[in-house]
Design a protein around this ligand. Structure first.
Ligand code: UGA
Length: 434
């Protein structure tokens, strides 16, 4: 099948590459000329394990193309995926202007039946709005389908090639058939397609992300309480997760959830509720708890230094919002660094993958180390903000040689307590005994 993807951000690019890998001919459209030129030359604009290989393979097989010309791509394709940004507006609700703008252009250019697929995370009712926008400018028949994306950054290729399920929201038989054909390779391997109406599909995405945000936040509260009563959250987590109604995944406490999805989607769902006079009390609490959790270690660091962080040298390992990505959107590392700088501390940070993105925001307000040990030079303490696997089993002797003072504040529970016990380090993690 010939498919156009509009928007080559994270979701668009990965979806386009996956659909090409499944045998379709895919035209990826973006307004950013430099980005399109670079992709045409085989440059992948994002860091994502395994993506480059698949991207290059499909370009070479002439199944994956990049262009700035929406009309041309549209004429060649029966199905058009919208993978456009829906950033939070000032009030937290999703801004649909990118989506509706492109919908109108599609309506104006369309000359035969098309299926327009909403891949972006959009509020309930957006399929209707897109339909109205297109109908206002054309009489050509078309269908609008909601087909939310569930991939995780860092596992995008794995998740998109082997999703837990595919959700297709559409009440049109014709559109359902076309979508079934696209995802046939998945159904062949036992991955279910769940058909539903558009609104339920749109809400499924918000509900899934919000539920996971609640799950993490619940565990963060349990972890904080563990500290009060002298329990160990690792044990509690294992005990709880062994009940398969709860499951082990997304129960890891830390310094809060971040990224481009959970914070935005939780806020947007709260906002959508308010429009219907509906209060998502649980989500409001989740948001507040998460906001506190992000910088929970700053007060620990402050207490450790008797309230005085002036000129303290603090090393930070990890800047990305989680491991295996260069994404720093809503990263807890940034909240921590900003607060520590305000309190007079000096920061030396290390993150081989996300450093470039942080430089764009923090510039030379902090120092950037080229490896994890040199970040520790003369440091008064270390803060671990991202769970990169290279931090998992460090040489504690080498660390001690570099540091002025042996103290670790671990926002990701990287080490087993026994691992640190004999090293002489002060070790503070989340929800476990120090
Ligand atoms: C999330 C969802 O997991 C995807 O299913 C969804 O498609 C995506 O949002 C989206 O809407 O586009 P992502 O933001 O890439 O994916 O990252 P996650 O792996 O879900 O992690 C989100 C945050 O939760 C990170 O800050 C991570 O460190 C934190 N987290 C995750 C925890 O603190 N504890 C956990 O146990 C798991």
């Amino acid at each position: 099948m010939n498919i156009t993807i509009v928007g080559t951000g994270y979701v668009g690019l990965v979806t386009g590459t996956t659909l090409a890998e499944l045998g379709n001919t895919v035209y990826c459209v973006d307004i950013d000329e430099d980005k399109v030129a670079a992709m045409q030359q085989g440059v992948v604009p994002i860091y994502e394990p395994g993506l480059e290989e698949m991207f290059l393979r499909n370009i070479q097989s002439r199944r994956l193309f990049f262009t700035t010309n929406l009309n041309e791509a549209l004429q060649k394709s029966e199905v058009i995926y919208l993978a456009l940004p829906t950033p939070p507006g000032e009030d937290g609700s999703a801004d649909l202007s990118y989506v509706l703008n492109v919908a109108e252009k599609i309506g104006e250019a369309m000359t035969e039946y098309k299926v327009i697929v909403n891949k972006s995370t959009v509020p309930v009712g957006t399929a209707d709005t897109v339909r109205e926008t297109i109908s206002a400018v054309t009489d050509v028949p078309f269908d609008v389908v909601s087909n939310p994306e569930f991939l995780r950054e860092g596992f995008a290729v794995e998740d998109s090639m082997n999703p837990a399920r595919v959700i297709v929201g559409s009440e049109s038989e014709k559109a359902r058939e076309i979508m079934s054909k696209i995802y046939q390779p998945f159904t062949n391997t036992g991955i279910p397609i769940i058909f539903m109406d558009e609104k339920s599909s749109e809400l499924t995405k918000y509900a899934a992300n919000s539920f996971l945000a609640v799950k993490i936040t619940f565990m963060n509260e349990i972890a904080n309480y563990c500290e009060k009563v002298g329990a160990d959250v690792d044990k509690v987590r294992l005990g709880m997760g062994s009940d398969d109604r709860i499951g082990h995944r997304f129960l890891f406490p830390g310094i809060g959830y971040g990224g481009s999805c959970f914070p935005k989607d939780v806020k947007a769902l709260i906002k959508s509720g308010k429009k219907e006079d509906f209060n998502f009390q649980l989500l409001e609490a989740t948001e507040n708890v998460n906001q506190n959790q992000k910088t929970i270690l700053v007060s620990e660091i402050e207490n450790y230094f008797d309230g005085d962080l002036q000129d303290k040298k603090i090393a930070v390992w990890g800047l990305a919002f989680k491991a295996n990505t260069d994404d720093i959107r809503e990263a807890s590392s940034l909240d921590n660094i900003r607060m520590l700088l305000e309190k007079g501390a000096e920061i030396s940070a290390y993150d081989a993958i996300a450093e470039q993105n942080v430089r764009k925001i923090l510039g030379d307000k902090i120092k950037y180390a080229t490896d994890m040990y040199s970040a520790l030079e003369n440091a008064d303490c270390l803060l671990i903000a991202t769970e990169w696997s290279e931090f998992q089993n460090p040489n504690f002797e080498m660390m001690a040689e570099q540091m002025k003072n042996k103290a670790i504040f671990d926002g990701r529970n990287m080490f087993a307590l026994e691992q640190v016990e004999s090293t002489g380090f002060f070790y503070k993690s989340i929800g476990r005994k120090t």
